[in-house]
Design a protein around this ligand. Structure first.
Ligand SMILES: NC(=O)C1=CN([C@@H]2O[C@H](COP(=O)(O)OP(=O)(O)OC[C@H]3O[C@@H](n4cnc5c(N)ncnc54)[C@H](O)[C@@H]3O)[C@@H](O)[C@H]2O)[C@@H](O)CC1
Ligand SMILES: Nc1ncnc2c1ncn2[C@@H]1O[C@H](COP(=O)(O)OP(=O)(O)O)[C@@H](O)[C@H]1O
Length: 281
């Protein structure tokens, strides 16, 4: 177990690795992101995430949805694409052609989400797991950890963290708990809160305090997961992508300020990204 003090998150840690498009880039080169939606009445969280992933630079963002959710998704989206799937095998095929897949936001706490999550972990180039994709492993967290063999980020809030790492938050500091969780799971663990801990299995440990209390609103975590997945779709290394996502999420929240709703966050990214772009070497 590490007892080291976390490094404070700052753009110097990841801005040099920002995946800017080259002059000869095209959308496929910039990286494809897939986001799995829940059934028809539970699709908003995944749409927030997909929009965030596209805004942060993924060349293609596609919602992978059960057939029942096709029309509701299609009615809401324009730049984000929609691909329905009916079975875990069909999702596996879609995941195989994605550089990163995000699953969990409003996916549903049921065996379908569990099977779909295992397919994503096996077939996507990299994965981000949030919300229900973590909760479904409450009774058997080792089944989740054993399936993590490729780059993966998990983004639990305290409730979700305690379901898959029972007792850690009672026995250790948040920094220690996140570090142990990363080592145990093999994933980068981003433990959300007003101070967010970001731990990698190799021992890197970062704390993000660049945030806003106005992030305490429904769907803001879904946007964060989408930002991280969008950066991983562009090839950014998992721990750096998680740190970059957390900082940018906090910065756009500060810019929006009082009255913030989650929809505002992705659309505040271009202003921030333009400042980053002007600073590049
Ligand atoms: N627009 C949408 O469609 C949204 C859908 N959402 C989805 O709604 C489902 C339920 O998510 P929730 O996160 O509300 O609920 P959870 O199913 O994770 O359970 C919430 C419970 O967890 C415990 N908890 C402990 N620490 C917590 C913390 N820091 N934050 C929140 N809960 C904490 C509390 O006891 C709380 O009652 C998920 O599938 C989620 O993705 C939410 O993301 C909100 C937005
Ligand atoms: N008081 C706060 N100060 C700073 N950030 C916060 C605060 N409350 C919540 N957040 C951030 O908002 C996000 C909430 O995510 P989450 O709990 O998953 O919500 P949701 O499921 O509604 O998307 C996380 O990134 C968390 O760090």
């Amino acid at each position: 177990m590490t007892s080291s003090t976390p490094e404070t998150n700052h753009p110097d840690l990841w801005l040099p690795d920002w995946p800017w498009p080259e002059a000869d880039s095209h959308k496929h080169k910039r990286g494809s992101l897939g986001v799995v939606t829940g059934p028809a009445a539970s699709t908003g969280a995944a749409r927030l995430a997909a929009r965030a992933g596209l805004r942060i630079g993924a060349g293609l963002a596609t919602l992978f949805c059960p057939p029942s959710a096709t029309l509701v998704n299609a009615a809401h989206e324009t730049a984000v694409m929609i691909k329905p799937f009916s079975t875990p095998d069909a999702l596996a095929e879609l995941a195989s052609s994605s550089k990163c897949v995000l699953i969990g936001p409003a996916a549903g706490v049921d065996s379908t989400t569990r099977e779909n999550t295992l397919e994503v972990l096996k077939h996507a180039g990299s994965s981000v797991l949030d919300a229900d994709a973590l909760t479904v492993f409450k009774d058997q967290p080792d089944a989740l950890f054993n399936a993590i063999t490729l780059p993966a980020v998990i983004t639990p809030h305290d409730g979700e963290f305690s379901r898959i790492f029972p007792g850690l938050l009672d026995q250790y500091t948040r920094a220690e708990a996140a570090a142990i969780a990363a080592e145990r799971s093999g994933a980068v663990v981003l433990l959300k809160g007003n101070e967010t801990l970001i731990a990698a299995p190799d021992g890197r440990l970062t704390v993000n305090r660049h945030a806003s209390p106005f992030l305490a609103t429904a769907g803001s975590g879904d946007v964060l997961a989408g930002m991280i997945a969008g950066l991983m779709a562009q090839g950014m290394e998992a721990h750096r992508a998680a740190c970059a996502g957390a900082w940018c999420h906090g910065e756009v929240a500060r810019r929006v300020g009082p009255g913030l709703i989650s929809e505002d966050l992705p659309d505040a990214l271009p202003g921030l990204l333009s400042e980053f772009y002007a600073r590049r070497a």
